[in-house]
Write a protein that binds this ligand. Structure first.
Ligand code: SF4
Length: 706
């Protein structure tokens, strides 16, 4: 028998949006291990607990889907079928439904874990050829408020900064994020910088005292939903003290006066009362910002997953604008992405409300440009359905078929019972995934086995706009295929032109050509460049270009006037569902250190399960005492949408009146009553349509067995 030589491959971690580089080593027997890539600019050899155990998740194939399966009705068992049979059926059903009810009767729900090429092909297929904008992504659930916040203030969805700005900043404001657990390698860079420079200030805004607060100079433990009061109050102090950059404001922004008038509608004392923090702490935060030479604001779901998420983003970004802390070293607003390729999805127009390269479906010139590029007569001008709108359309019977790729909406979408009912009503559900441990499979009429992260090549873009090439490390098991191949085969089966690619690199180059002359122009980029030169930050407009670590260095923004735009946030009120005497506690949901999303990968790794092995709820000692709840008691959390039954963790890390549930567990990995989204609200931000995961009214009771 020929012995295979040892091999090593460069790739990028498949979990969070930090985008750490890793080297995968494959021994002679084909076993793999991972280590941090010492040459990678993001992590410089470091990996967090999830990343350093990724090889266990990738190598354990016990739960993998190995061949296509389908059932002719929900009462029939699944049968194994060939790829040809599976895709013939999919094409026959999609043709029949779209011919009878029109193109908007079908939808695709994809994922921030899809590689850029997969995202691109899915969008080309749906928007270009199926003739509907009904393709949305689970990134809708985590960063669409940031996308809209950037667009409203800076003119386009553009993260202006780089990780290298961390080491150049001397004041950090981290809001609604726990990077110590959820973006650990990025946080390690902040930690190391602060340890080496004791004058560096860290302000954390969070209703929970998280691990990120451990080294904070100031923790503003606000009441959930009061963020805009806080940022407006900080702005008011800075304006009153003359600690704003009027030169920058005058030359490079517009509508400052309207913003200032709105900020002055509430006194600092009123804001402090609303947020439940002290006036002194608001003034202290302002003084840290005023004294800083480099001011970075970082945020994640605490701002985005809100019914007022876009305005929260605008309020925070405005602090960078009034102080002129943007477009210069160590300064700027920096939204953190939770998924490895949420940013790549934004590049290809992977949301129902976007077209490729930040073009808008609502702009006729943009539609024409993209239609001509794809060689189709036109694109639909009708807005596509967003994630939660697809569920509503399924409920109403308007959406008949849905194709779900690489995501587990039964655990991750809000108001999970409603999602179940909606999927039950669908005429045809395709689930394309790698794992049998997805709760969503229960509703599939057709199951398509996909290749995993190490089993295909492609590209991803991390939180700082850095594009990396991922090598294929190993073959997929059974008959599983890369997502891009499944989608192209389906498109060919539908009889669409334009999906016969020779290689994945050709898809990347087509996507890159479509970005030409846009603000994210990567038309100079090829696989060859990425393989030879390593990762690069967009824009990369010509061959040989070294990439762009920082946007807006010339203070020319992407608005028509080239000026950044202020907005009058004159109503800072939270619009979440109100707490009541029956449901007096605010539920906020989030993540734990060693699990990721719905645990279909991290849940397989013993070492990771040992950190926290079961779902729990954090409750303040005062609220626990009122309810006769002791630490470790089993409690029931209820509202009119559903229930959760978990053990209580009594801790003053959580604010009084607020309870916290991790979102990871679902039916397959625990039980039906472990799912936080049984309780979450289906209210969404009116602009971004991002759900209000951080605020639901609930009551908690000690569970007494009947
Ligand atoms: Fe992976 Fe994120 Fe951890 Fe880096 S910080 S190793 S990208 S999970």
């Amino acid at each position: 028998m020929t012995r295979r030589p040892e091999e090593s491959f460069k790739t990028t971690c498949s979990y969070c949006g930090v985008g750490c580089g890793m080297v995968v080593k494959k021994d002679r027997k084909g076993n793999i291990t991972v280590e941090g890539d010492k040459d990678h600019p993001v992590n410089k050899g470091m990996l967090c607990s999830k990343g350093m155990n990724l090889h266990y998740a990738m190598q354990d194939r016990s739960d993998r889907l190995l061949y296509p399966e389908m059932r002719y009705s929900r009462s029939h068992p699944y049968q194994r079928v060939s790829w040809d049979q599976a895709l013939e059926r999919a094409a026959a059903v999609f043709k029949s439904i779209t011919q009878t009810y029109g193109p908007d009767s079908v939808g695709f729900y994809v994922s921030g874990q899809c590689l850029t090429e997969e995202y691109y092909i899915a969008n080309k297929l749906v928007k270009g050829f199926l003739g509907t904008n009904n393709i949305d992504t689970n990134s809708r659930l985590c960063m669409s408020s940031a996308v809209a916040g950037y667009a409203k203030t800076l003119g386009e969805d553009s993260v202006p900064v780089s990780y290298e700005d961390i080491e150049l900043a001397d004041c950090f404001l981290i809001a609604g994020a726990n990077p110590a657990w959820c973006h650990p390698i990025l946080f390690r860079r902040i930690e190391a910088h602060k340890q080496a420079n004791p004058d560096v200030k860290l302000i954390v805004v969070d209703p929970r005292r998280t691990q990120t607060c451990a080294m904070a100079d100031l923790h503003l433990q606000i009441t959930p939903g009061t963020d805009i009061y806080l940022y407006n109050a900080i702005a008011r102090v800075l304006i009153e003290n003359g600690e704003v950059d009027y030169d920058f404001i005058t030359k490079h922004t517009e509508d400052f006066e309207k913003y200032r008038d709105a900020v002055f509608l509430y006194t600092v004392e009123e804001a402090a009362l609303n947020c439940d923090v002290s006036v002194n702490d608001i003034r202290l935060a302002a003084s840290y910002i005023a004294a800083s030479k480099g001011f970075l604001t970082l945020w994640a779901m605490g701002l985005n997953q809100s019914v007022i998420g876009v305005n929260k983003n605008i309020a925070l970004i405005s602090l960078n604008l009034i102080t002129g802390h943007i477009g210069k070293p160590g300064s700027g607003p920096f939204s953190l992405t939770g998924q490895p390729n949420a940013m790549g999805g934004r590049e290809v127009g992977g949301l129902a409300t976007m077209l490729a390269a930040h073009r808008s479906y609502a702009n006729p010139a943009h539609r024409k440009e993209v239609a001509e590029f794809w060689g189709v007569p036109s694109l639909s001008e009708k807005p596509g359905l967003t994630a939660t709108q697809m569920i509503e359309a399924l409920e109403r019977g308007e959406l008949k078929a849905i194709w779900i790729i690489c995501t587990n909406p039964l655990v991750s979408l809000p108001d999970a019972r409603r999602v179940e009912a909606a999927l039950k009503k669908a005429r045809f559900v395709v689930v394309q995934d790698i794992s049998r441990k997805s709760d969503t499979l229960e509703f599939a009429d057709l199951i398509l086995p996909a290749a995993g992260h190490f089993e295909k090549e492609g590209t991803m873009t991390n939180s700082e706009r850095r594009i990396s090439y991922l090598n294929k490390v190993m073959d997929a098991p059974g008959e599983a295929l890369p997502d891009v191949e499944i989608l192209c085969r389906f498109a060919n089966q539908m009889g669409f032109d334009g999906f016969k690619y020779i290689s994945t690199g050709d898809i990347f180059e087509e996507h890159a050509r479509l970005t030409k002359n846009t603000n994210l122009d990567i038309s100079g980029l090829t696989y060859q460049h990425l393989k030879e030169e390593g990762t690069v930050q967009w824009p990369v407009p010509q061959r040989g270009h070294k990439g762009t670590p920082r946007l807006f260095s010339d203070h020319q923004f992407f608005t028509p006037s080239r000026k950044a735009k202020f907005h009058a946030l004159d109503n800072p009120q939270n619009l979440s569902e109100p707490v009541t005497s029956d449901l007096p506690l605010i539920l906020t949901t989030g993540r734990i250190r060693d699990q990721w999303h719905t645990m279909t990968k991290t849940g397989k790794v013993n070492k990771l399960r040992q950190h926290i092995d079961r779902p729990f709820i954090e409750i303040h000692p005062h609220d626990a005492l009122l309810r006769n709840i002791n630490d470790g008691d089993i409690v029931e959390v209820d509202n009119f949408r559903g229930s959760v039954r978990v053990s209580a963790k009594v801790t003053d890390d959580i604010k009084k009146g607020v309870v916290f549930l991790p979102m990871h567990w679902g039916k397959i990995l625990q039980n039906d009553l472990a799912r936080a989204n049984n309780l979450t609200s289906n209210l969404v931000d009116p602009t971004s349509k991002e759900p209000d995961f951080k605020f639901a009214a609930v009551e908690v009771r000690k569970y007494e067995k009947a």
